[in-house]
Design a protein around this ligand. Structure first.
Ligand code: ATP
Ligand code: FE2
Length: 334
């Protein structure tokens, strides 16, 4: 039995999760937020947030898991991709723990962790729609790597929603607020931009801002945004499923918390029954948004496969990888 502690700090969330032999026993976190219309994420400010909450979140994770730090066998941390100042604070904390406890360190890719945590709900070899703040990708395993079959050509869908929300004065993060007001809206046509297996969002953002300036109701815009952009995501996901011939579909990333996106994806899987059975998987919300449990979860898998594991006297060789891509990773554990 191994007990893994996972540290997440790529962006707005500082999280500490604990996994014991494939079971998640703690998932503590605290996220940077703003309530005013203007506020966004300034990396240095977010990094300060992480420093100010790290000890408290660490203690909470240990007490939630009902263990002491002496029980930890391995420390895993999000090595990339992400905002450099935030990644640095997570790595610093991970290295301090590794040294203090004399336990090995595992560097984990944040995006792959979003995918691998799908195993905890039964997804073994899925096509994943990874829809988060900075990333929007359709990913599946093929020949030794997680390949990206389609992605956004400009901004991530979460950042796109957040930008619109901020523009109309709803604060950050905008996703949950847009979901709420969309319930009061009705459909109006906005651009639909799928290009092959990829999508583009910045033109849609401009169009929404123009419509808002013309006093079109923000509820109608929120509803139309969701219906249009989520349909684009479902279209490329379904095409990936058809091409790669997998029979599992997994949702991941913060935007996957959206009930309407979940519903549309579930319908797509059900409607494919005429071709092939496609099982739909979606972890609970605390595992969709950034969290330490998914880092610990993949940390355990990688530790067992001896992938990117460092002993406490090798820590000088470990650095953050702010621009690491999903398809850079050699998936040696499958
Ligand atoms: P990553 O580093 O993986 O790209 P991230 O660091 O931005 O992502 P996540 O926690 O995965 O973090 O996702 C955050 C995003 O999810 C935010 O843009 C937020 O607005 C969006 N989001 C959260 N809940 C909802 C919702 N109910 N509907 C739409 N979007 C949502
Ligand atoms: Fe994320």
């Amino acid at each position: 039995m191994v007990t893994i502690l996972g540290i997440e700090s790529t962006a707005h969330t500082f999280g500490v999760g604990i996994v014991k032999s494939g079971k998640i026993i703690a998932n503590a976190k605290d996220s940077f937020t703003t309530s005013d219309g203007e506020g966004g994420m300034i990396p240095i400010e977010v990094a300060k947030h992480h420093v100010s909450v790290k000890d408290e979140i660490y203690s909470k994770a240990l007490s939630d898991a009902k263990i002491s730090e002496k029980n930890i066998d391995v420390i895993a941390f999000s090595q990339g991709p992400g905002l450099a100042p935030c990644l640095l604070e997570g790595m610093k904390f991970a290295k301090e723990l590794s040294e203090k406890l004399g336990k090995p360190l595992v560097g984990v890719n944040h995006c792959v962790a979003h995918l691998e945590v799908g195993r905890s709900v039964g997804a073994k070899d899925p096509v994943m729609l990874y829809a988060s703040g900075a990333n929007t990708q359709v990913i599946a395993y093929a020949s030794g790597k997680y390949r990206i079959f389609g992605e956004t050509l400009d901004v991530g869908v979460g950042n796109f929603i957040d930008s619109f929300a901020r523009y109309v004065g709803l604060g950050f993060p905008g996703g949950p607020k847009i979901e709420k007001i969309a319930k009061e809206g009705k459909y109006l046509e906005i651009p639909y931009t799928v290009k092959g297996m990829d999508i583009a969002l910045s033109g849609i953002l401009t169009n929404l801002k123009q419509k808002f300036n013309k006093k079109i109701s923000v509820e109608d815009l929120a509803y139309s945004l969701q219906e249009t952009v989520f349909a684009m995501l479902v279209e490329v996901s379904e095409r990936a499923i058809a091409h790669v011939g997998k029979n599992e579909f997994l949702l991941g990333g913060g935007v996957a918390c959206n009930s309407r996106l979940q519903e549309m994806c579930r319908m797509m899987c059900e409607n494919r029954k005429d071709f092939d059975e496609v099982k739909y998987f979606c972890p609970e919300r605390s595992l969709l948004v950034d969290n330490g449990a998914m880092i610990a979860y993949l940390g355990e898998i990688m530790f067992k496969a001896k992938a990117n594991v460092f002993s406490p006297n090798e820590l000088n060789n470990v650095d953050i990888l702010p621009r690491q891509r999903t398809d850079d990773i050699e998936v040696s554990w499958r």
